[in-house]
Write a protein that binds this ligand. Sequence first.
Ligand code: GLV
Ligand code: MN
Ligand code: MN
Length: 389
Amino acid sequence: MLEPLAHIGRDQKTGGYLRDAWSDADLELREWFAGEARRRGLDLHEDRNGNLWAWWGDPSAGRPGVVTGSHLDSVRQGGAYDGPLGVVSAFAALDLLKDRGVTPSVPLGVACFTDEEGARFGVPCMGSRLLTGALSPEKALGLTDDDGDTLADVMKRTGRDPSALGRDDETLAAVGTFVELHVEQGRGLVTEGRPVGVASAIWPHGRWRFDFHGRADHAGTTRLADRDDPMLPFARMTLAARQAAERLGVVATVGKIRVSPGNANAIPGLVSAWLDARGADERAVRDLVAGLAGTASEVSEESWTPVVGFDAALRDRLARVAGGDTPAPILPTGAGHDAGILATAGVLSAMLFVRNPTGVSHAPDEHAERADCEAGVVALADVLEDLCR
Ligand code: GLV
Ligand code: MN
Ligand code: MN
């Protein structure tokens, strides 16, 4: 099932994926989702925030459902599995339940959340944050992409109604339990020698924009003493972030910068840099960011996600059901997920991880072996069967 998706948004040169939210590639992936739902006779629904839902059974009949799924957008030059593995496995697990002759006692849903990566507008898990009210529609609508287009412009262009964005209690009420299957973004399961694991927690994490203002001028004729070059404080901030991360036992990354105006032969007038910081200890992450604040002209927090501890009883139940003879390993993660946003909003949520032999993610080398993907589908089907008994 991953095969028909393999070419969508793929950069032929690098093998990486470019699947920004609401891009042509994303729209094609959404069409694929709709086709898979229709082919199985599921009821397809796009909610007010652009999230897709495919239901087996009627979730409006008063019994909250069991939902599984993930996202189809990618980071820029991302891998093939982060997101799509969870959506594909969701459909495949439903097929397996049908083959087993299971009749779920509650509605079973497949979800595809919009803009999980935040590659285009900067805020990750936009679809689930809007759904749960963790992000206000006012803030979302004002976000701009690299072309200066707002989310509102982009949604209108694809025929959506941006004025309908916002917390959606009706859609949320249908989700009694959410289980997201995801490729592991690390080598924990390789070390454990197991194909499938269960998430314990998601580290607190956030993104901050640092703006360094300077004075644009000629690269050849401006004496060093006369320069106000914002590239220098930016470089100092990047090194200081690394040192502070080592000292505080967290991780910090500058993965995106924008240099304006961007001439090789001119001192820039403005450097904007995005800092991503995460760690097991929220205090340490906050301390790192606070310690860097004085390096920039302005610092703005673009997103923050507090620690997520998944429900312990559900986590252990998944580990038992998905593990076969020996309970599946339980692992924390530094990656953000829609399951974490739903858990924070009070939805009973859990995650399954599938072994990634390279441990690489958010890059083309991300991988999962076919046999492990199949083990993931079987584990997910077992878990769904157990939950909708
Ligand atoms: C999403 O994958 C994130 O952790 O940034
Ligand atoms: Mn990701
Ligand atoms: Mn993901």
